[in-house]
Write a protein that binds this ligand. Sequence first.
Ligand code: SF4
Ligand code: SF4
Length: 337
Amino acid sequence: MPQTRVINEVSEKSLTPFRKKLDSPLTKSQINVLQINLGKRCNLACSHCHVEAGPKRTEELTPEICQQLIEVIERFPQIQVVDLTGGAPEMNYGFRPIVEAARKAGKEVIVRSNLTIYFESGFEDLPEYCANHQTRIVASLPCYLQDNVDKMRGSGVYNDSIQALQKLNQLGYGKNPQLIIDLVYNPPVPSNENFSLTPDQVKLEKDYKTYLEEHFGIIFNNLFTITNLPIGRTKFHLEHKQLIKPYLQFLESNFNSSTVEYLMCRNELSIDYLGNIYDCDFNQMENLPGKTRDGEKLTVAKLLETGTLDMIDEIQTAAYCYGCTAGCGSSCGGALI
Ligand code: SF4
Ligand code: SF4
């Protein structure tokens, strides 16, 4: 049995199972977001990475799945947003064909970028490419101070990120309404039992904006605050310090039922590089597949065969879902309420 599953079951024994915390089963609404994880290749290997991505990973989209995804994007007008993640999505096979097909079909395209990829050989044209295709960029910058960023993401990452943001501003990002640049704040992984909720998004956005503009002349649109879910590398760090159970208990004790309506799993499908479908990227990383009302696992090929995106009724949940519902809630688009 894989280690991840053992941990979740053990954790759930001492907690209220997430599904029991809800008044009714967590169900899908109409799907309008496709989040595609193009692969695990990344130029960085951050300590909090839930994907466990890095320069040595080789898993990425195949031409066959890429073609199927393009067909889905073109065939279903209900898809409003195509959200590309990884790894560094820009490094993985299929990035440019999918961006171009989705933009041609009139979809909003989100690129979740670590910004430092712009300095890797062969990727220097990415800022211009993204501006030309009017992709929305959602960029990780886990703090506005250098020390904290370099500690989490590696030495030199802060300076590269600042230069990249300046370049994006020069191209019109943050200024032109068609060129949106959002930043993402991740708290540090807890190292003791003094847990705290993710800081207030509105207040932190103000702090980021003031600091980055005053020191570097950088402007951006929105800040998204994201709670660390105990999966991937975060889970291994917590496990090492025997903090998984107390962290989950802390998250459960801050459960906020008013976040449930806005959970990102409700209107999205998350797709892996093999074409398998999950309710969200976190379930994808924990290998908890989405299931149709007949209990079948879903694939991109199946969506094309049946001609519908809305084949899932009930969302698969686990103990780490408490990370999405604690306090103001958390999602790839930041706080929920
Ligand atoms: S957190 Fe993002 S940038 Fe860092 S290793 Fe993971 S995918 Fe790469
Ligand atoms: S981890 Fe969050 S987004 Fe994923 S299924 Fe659980 S509540 Fe929904």
